[in-house]
Every structure is written in C-alpha cells, then in structure tokens.
Design a protein around this ligand. Structure first.
Ligand SMILES: Nc1nc2c(c(=O)[nH]1)N[C@H]1C(S)=C(S)[C@@H](COP(=O)(O)O)O[C@H]1N2
Ligand SMILES: [Mo]
Length: 317
C-alpha cells in the first residue's frame, strides 16, 4: 500500500534478490539442499532463515497450486507490508520479532450458533494442512509466488456454525502498540480490519494460513494466523488475526476507511481498472526485471469470476 507522501511503488534494485538464491519447488522437497544453497548465496546478516522456524508435519500438496516457481524464502520474509511494524518494506523483518504469538487466540462472534475462541495451536493440530502455492499481487503493482501452508477458511468458519444472517465476515488484527510500534502512528485507524462477503470467505481458494515453505509462519508474514485471498489485492489478506465476526452488513475495512477512492471493499485484482494514481495492467515479480501482464482475478478467473456476475467491477472496485 502507499501513503500519499511516498513517491515510488517499485522495489529498489538493492532489494532484488539474485537468481541464485531462488529455491525452486524440487529443492524445497529436499530441505537440506535448499538451506545449503541459501548459505552459499549469502544471506544478509539478520535475515530470517528457514531453519529458525519449526517444520509443520503432514502437509499435503494441493492441486490448487500454481506451477510457477516460488520466490525465495528470503524475498518472502524480508520484503513485506505490515504497517503495524512500520511503512518500509524492511520494517516487518526488523521489528515483528517483538510480537508474542504463543499462546494466541482468535475470538469468533456475531451471526453464528457457536461463538467462541479458537487457539492457533489447536487449530493447526485439528485440521489437515495443505501447501498452496499462490501468486500474491500487491495493489502497489508487484507480485510474489509464495508456498503457503494453511487450512481452507471454510473449514475454520464452519466450526462456529454461521447462521443465515451471516452475509459477511469481518477480521481484525491484534491492536497492541507495546508489541506493534507502527501503531503509535496513526497511519491507519487501528486495528487493521478486513472483510469478505460470506461466499468469498467460504470459497475453496480462500486460505487461513499457518505457515510457509513447510514451516511455521514468520511474524513478518502475519503469524500465527493470517488470511490469503489469492484473487484479491494483497491488502485483503489480513495478518495476525485476533477477531472474526459474522455480520449482516458489509464491515468497515482499514484501507477503504483511509482512502475510499483508491481502495474498495472488493479489491479484486483487475488489470482493466487502474488505481487513480497508477496502472494495474502490469506488475513486477519481485526478483525479476521487467514486468508481467497482470491477470484478471490474479489468474483465478475460472474459479471466481462467477462470484461477481452482474456486478460493475469499475464501480465496485
Ligand atoms: N494487519 C495487516 N495485514 C496486512 C497488511 C498490514 O499492513 N497489516 N498489509 C497487507 C498488504 S498491503 C499486503 S501486500 C500483504 C503482504 O503480505 P506478505 O508481507 O506476507 O507478503 O499483507 C497484507 N496484510
Ligand atoms: Mo499490498
């Protein structure tokens, strides 16, 4: 996301990782080889290393994965948007370590038969974990390919038995400036909030993420539980969730509240609807030079276009 005072959306050349650092999917399968490769290529001091994160057991590969090569662990954990820790891309890697993520509970309430709390550890233990390699397209016109580990959000929400009045689902991030120094500044109206229509929340592509690269989720990526909605701009994929509410009305969302003419509720990736200040037709894949064409619904049109039939996506952006 961009605040108005910033002048460029693009990563600086110094933030672009050399090709040799990439871990492709096959190297991921033999973790030790991948680590050796990262070591040879030279990781910057202080950067997160995969071995710092606990491996997740019994992760099944998902047929919903893209066949594109994932970005490196280093790209994924060093170039982040997580404004609770600062507005620069390297701030989350630097500061998110001060957030305590265990124990962690999500309060679930609103239009459901069984409101309650959800412990992150219990959730991980009681569901089958899937690896889903998804493109993440940031509204700032860059993208990454990330091997997430998660649980279909529908399976998580079903536990609380949403009622027929549940038309939307609202999500909130932790609000605690003692752990999140970025919240001392009113860059956004904290806590960070997001929301989905119930059919979007229940769509099989929507994932409650608990890890990446087969390991527990790094704090800078939204530990211990964050959303991924792969056909929407990255800002819909809210991190470090502490509250979920089923609602009858469309819930307020952080970026829409802050800059409604720039960031809509739907935020579907759409190369034909430009942001007021820049084109959305192309994107830079982090780690690559040049640009790729942005795909309608981030490449997931076959699966999700029907959710929006009859809607004017120029107006409901
Ligand atoms: N709580 C919270 N969630 C957030 C953000 C944020 O600032 N705060 N940034 C969003 C944006 S703009 C993007 S592009 C993605 C980035 O996810 P990543 O850093 O794991 O790649 O997180 C999203 N989720
Ligand atoms: Mo973003």
């Amino acid at each position: 996301m961009l605040i108005r005072t910033r002048s460029t959306a693009d990563p600086r050349p110094s933030e672009i990782t050399p090709e040799a650092v990439y871990l492709d999917r096959r190297r991921l399968m033999v973790g030790a080889g991948a680590l050796a490769l990262a070591g040879l290529a030279g990781r910057p001091a202080g950067a997160a290393a995969p071995e710092d994160f606990a491996p997740l057991a019994d992760v099944a590969a998902s047929p919903l994965s893209t066949d594109e090569d994932p970005n490196s662990f280093e790209d994924i954990t060093a170039y982040n948007n997580f404004y609770e820790f600062g507005t620069q891309k390297e701030d989350p890697a630097r500061y998110a370590g001060q957030m305590s993520t265990s124990p962690w509970e999500i309060r679930v309430e609103g239009e459901c038969a069984k409101p309650g709390t959800l412990g992150a550890a219990d959730l991980i233990d009681s569901h089958r974990l899937e690896e889903r390699i998804y493109r993440l397209r940031c509204v700032e016109a860059w993208s990454m390919v990330i091997p997430w580990v998660g649980i279909p959000l529908a399976a998580v929400l079903d536990r609380f038995e949403p009622t027929g009045n549940a038309k939307y689902v609202a999500f909130e991030t932790l609000h605690d400036a003692s752990q999140m120094p970025g919240q001392r500044r009113s860059v956004l109206d904290w806590p960070y909030r997001e929301g989905l229509r119930i059919d979007e929340a229940m769509h099989p592509l929507t994932l409650m993420v608990v890890g990446l690269y087969g390991r527990a989720l790094p704090n800078q990526n939204g530990a211990p539980l964050r959303l991924i909605v792969p056909w929407k701009y990255g800002f819909k994929s809210i991190k470090s969730i502490v509250r979920i509410a089923f609602t009858q009305e469309q819930p307020p969302t952080a970026w829409n509240m802050s800059q409604p003419y720039e960031y809509g509720f739907y935020a579907n990736v759409n190369p034909t609807v430009d942001h007021p200040r820049w084109s959305q037709a192309r994107e830079r894949r982090i780690g690559e030079w040049g640009r790729r064409e942005t795909l309608m619904f981030n490449g997931y049109a076959d699966q999700v276009a029907s959710l929006y039939s009859g809607m004017d996506l120029t107006r409901q952006y």
